[in-house]
Design a protein around this ligand. Sequence first.
Ligand SMILES: NC(=O)c1ccc[n+]([C@@H]2O[C@H](COP(=O)([O-])OP(=O)(O)OC[C@H]3O[C@@H](n4cnc5c(N)ncnc54)[C@H](OP(=O)(O)O)[C@@H]3O)[C@@H](O)[C@H]2O)c1
Length: 303
Amino acid sequence: MNSKQFMKAVGSTRYLPITHPESLLDLEIEKPVPTGHDILVMIKAISVNPADLGVREKHNYEEESPKILGWDAAGIVEQVGPECELFKPGDEVFYAGSAVRPGANSEFHLVDERIVGNKPKSLDFAQAAALPLTSITAWEGLFDCLEISHNQEKNSDKSILIIGAAGGVGSITTQLAKLSGLTVIGTASRPESIQWTKDHGADFTINHNKSFVPQLKNIGFETVDYIFCLNDTVQHLKNMSEVIIPRGKICSIVPANKTWTGSLEMDLLFSKSVTFVWELMFTRSMFQTKDMIQQHHLLNKLS
Ligand SMILES: NC(=O)c1ccc[n+]([C@@H]2O[C@H](COP(=O)([O-])OP(=O)(O)OC[C@H]3O[C@@H](n4cnc5c(N)ncnc54)[C@H](OP(=O)(O)O)[C@@H]3O)[C@@H](O)[C@H]2O)c1
């Protein structure tokens, strides 16, 4: 007897322009079964990130089996693997998933429970699915990479510059940084994005298309204690080196090769003994790090 079950999914075999009728295909694929630490989630909502666009970037080859995108999801646990301890069938969850496994654009999806959180009760599934990828990035960048304290009193005289503050990651970062008691300066270039950044709690905004030094001086800052770069790292490295406090910390989430504007001149940070750290929110799941359960904990704190 064949006990295989099937499910619907959306995926691609060729990397075609999104307007091409075959860029995203409706598929019928085998429904997976959870093993080990995996849970099987009935997907209720997904969201789209620059990560999906990155994976869909032009490649000239054809995949042997369809690539399923979708690295942000919310749903209901259907089944759990034998080693699972954190969830049971019926639990409502949200998560980003792993970049080295299929995405969540399918009826059911396997994910390691250690990178899954309990869905916020105050949000519906669609709202919850918009949160994990950006929030994990913001949380790990601020608290793990920049090692910012959660204690508001410790941060009362500290400032952070968030480059690209009105974007998906920036909007969450601004709120978490404010909750941690930091003075937040966000960069934004348009009236709508300036207003959006202020609405999320930024104390000040400056324009990322102009030199940072005079703009910061105008609002009373010679330097900032932390910088979180959420856009072109190469474009902003000189600006960042000029305004970071000596022995300060910079974290970036955008690799230099992404923007093709050149390579990183790290010597610019030498005289100030600046700490520079990368954040990739997929690292823990990609390398199955010993502390990958931290993503479960941080998503629950976020909820
Ligand atoms: N490493 C990781 O784990 C990780 C995780 C998530 C995202 N990412 C990457 O991080 C980047 C941001 O992601 P996101 O989801 O926040 O993107 P997003 O929502 O598309 O970001 C849009 C924002 O970027 C700002 N922006 C445009 N040009 C800029 C420039 N030259 N300098 C500074 N800001 C600029 C815009 O501000 P204005 O409209 O005001 O100009 C806009 O508000 C993407 O490249 C994404 O691939 C990395």
